[in-house]
Each structure stands twice: as C-alpha cells, then as structure tokens.
Design a protein around this ligand. Structure first.
Ligand SMILES: [Zn+2]
Length: 324
C-alpha cells in the first residue's frame, strides 16, 4: 500500500511517493530541492511540463510512473486555483485545456479505485506545509502567502486549514489595494496580484524604460541601485503590506508568512512592506503584526499534498475527502 502526492502547477506537474514511516525515519528525497524533504516523507520527485494538449494523458502517465504498479492507499492533490474542491474540479487559468474545469478527483479515482483522495488549492497546501515543518510550526491562526508570478495563499484558523465554500479561501491575490486601477487577469481592477506579483512588477518597470524580463532580474537591478527597479519593488512592497494588513484584520491573525520566488527580492521589497504594515495594521489585536519569510518555498504544494495524503489529521480542516 502506498501514498502519493500530486502537485498541479501552472506550468509543471510534480508527483512523489509519500512514506508511511514516521517523518524522522522517512527516506530523504533523491531529487527534491531544498525543503521540503524528509519532514514530509517525500520520495523521489517526478516532474513533467504541462503540455498544450493531452494534459490528462501526461498527468496520468506521471502518476502511473510514480505508483509503479503498487496498490495506492491514498492520494493528496494540491492544485493552482481556482478550484472547486467540493466538486473535485480544478480549473487552472494557465492550462487552457482545463480552464473550464477538469474533474481531477474523479479521474484519479478511476486510476486508483481503492485510494482515498484529498484535494486542496495550492495555498492551503502551503499553509499545511508551513504548519507541519516551516515557519508556522505550532501556530493555530495565520496566513501563508506565495508571491511569485502570481499571488496566492492559505489560511490557518483554530489550528486547521480553512478550505472555504468552494476551496478557494485564502485567494488573497485578489484583495484590492487602494490607489491602483490596474487591470487584473481575473477581469477585475486593482488586485494586489495585478500590482505586486513578479510579472506585474516587471511589466510596470518595463513601462518606465527598464529593460529586464524577470522578477529575479528586477530584484538584482534593485540591489544594484537601479532607480526604476527600486521604485517597482517599493510599489510592490507597499501594496503587499496593505493587502496583508487588510487580510490580518479580516482574519484576526497576527502572523503572516510570505514565500514564493518574488518574495525573495530582499529589503527593497520587504522594507516598504513592513512600513505599510506599521502604517495600516493599527488595531490592538493586530499589533504587532508579524510578517515573516516562508521557510518552505520550493515544492510547498507537493509538501502540503503529502500532508493530505498522510491523512486529514486534526489540521486538514474541511478539506474534502473521497470517498466521503
Ligand atoms: Zn484579480
């Protein structure tokens, strides 16, 4: 009997076996990047690029490859949003073939009929992973955010991950920040993702004459003192601090953890972020609102999916499970 974890990302799928051993004795992963690792019992991680068509066929092959013919006891699935976890449907914006909604849970159950399947959005997986072995160890109430090409997140409330009505709770990238009427990929305007993600910040800097093309290049340019890059990170950090302050007041939390590639942009991003939090998070129950860097960046969704595969436990909250 074996457990599997599956990460449905925007451009890549990843899957791994999950050891049923206690975390301390789990075999360290062969090619899984720096954390997560043995804390999650993850075996060797298999990855494939998401193709333009035939997406399920590629995902299916990946799962069969990792399972290697063994009987599968449980599968934990983490997916880029939006999702409808009550229907077992994923609809990642960046996978056109699945955008209208793909019944991932039903297909995985056809593949492994005896398995229990648990399914959550990637932000919820991040929160579960941080709680198991990251910056949220022992924390009951917090927000875990990813700031990379997009912005997402997951919520811990009362020690458990909050799924929400359709599984999208914690989709904080679409908190609206003041003073910005930028069009967002969601169809709305002024969302923090449209202002402060890596992609959005690069777009803003390029519109002001900067010539680079990635968030990492933007961070490097800011570190080297480029004024446009510094202004782009100041703008992003301020927007993030405002969004974080709003979310913290809504959720009654005093701790936010931020991971993702663009969050690693250093002080030019974090200094304005902290300044905005100091300015906006003024209520007594928020002070001091701590915003910390994530301890789990690479593979956080797969790590959270491994937590789901191991069983709902006390902290998987209302993440649904099939068969019900
Ligand atoms: Zn939006």
């Amino acid at each position: 009997m074996m457990r599997l974890a599956l990460d449905i990302g925007a451009t890549k799928f990843a899957a791994a076996r999950v050891s049923a051993d206690s975390p301390a004795t789990a075999r360290p992963p062969a090619d899984c990047g720096p954390p997560p690792g043995a804390e999650f019992g993850l075996g060797a991680v298999h990855r494939v690029d998401v193709p333009a068509s035939g997406v399920w066929e590629v995902c299916r092959e990946l799962l069969l490859d990792v399972a290697g013919g063994a009987e599968v006891e449980s599968v934990g699935i983490g997916a880029a949003g939006p999702v409808d976890v009550t229907a077992g449907v994923t609809g990642p914006l960046n996978i056109p073939e699945w955008r209208a909604g793909f019944p991932i849970v039903a297909r995985v159950r056809e593949l492994f009929p005896g398995a229990t399947v648990r399914f959550a959005i990637d932000g919820a997986c991040l929160a579960l992973a941080e709680q198991r072995a990251g910056a949220l160890r022992g924390v009951a109430d917090a927000l875990a955010m990813t700031v990379s090409s997009g912005i997402g997140g997951g919520i811990l409330a009362g020690g458990r991950v909050l799924a929400g009505r359709t599984g999208n709770a914690g989709h904080v990238g679409h908190i609206v920040v003041p003073g910005e009427e930028v069009p967002c990929a969601c169809g709305g305007f002024g969302c923090v993702e449209a202002v402060a993600s890596g992609l959005s910040s690069v777009r803003w800097a390029r519109s002001r004459g900067w010539r680079g093309s990635s968030g990492a290049e933007l961070a490097a340019a800011a570190a080297a003192g480029n004024s446009t890059a510094l202004a782009a990170l100041e703008r992003a950090g301020t927007a993030l601090g405002r969004a974080v302050s709003s979310a913290a007041a809504t959720l009654d939390i005093d701790l936010v953890v931020i991971g993702g590639g663009f969050a690693a942009s250093g002080e030019p991003l974090w200094k304005p972020l902290r300044a905005a939090v100091t300015r906006h998070a003024r209520l007594g129950f928020l002070r001091p609102l701590r915003v910390l860097p994530s301890e789990i960046t690479a593979g956080a969704t797969l790590a959270g999916a491994a937590v789901l595969a191991a069983g709902p436990g006390a902290n998987a909250g209302d993440v649904p499970e099939w068969p019900a």
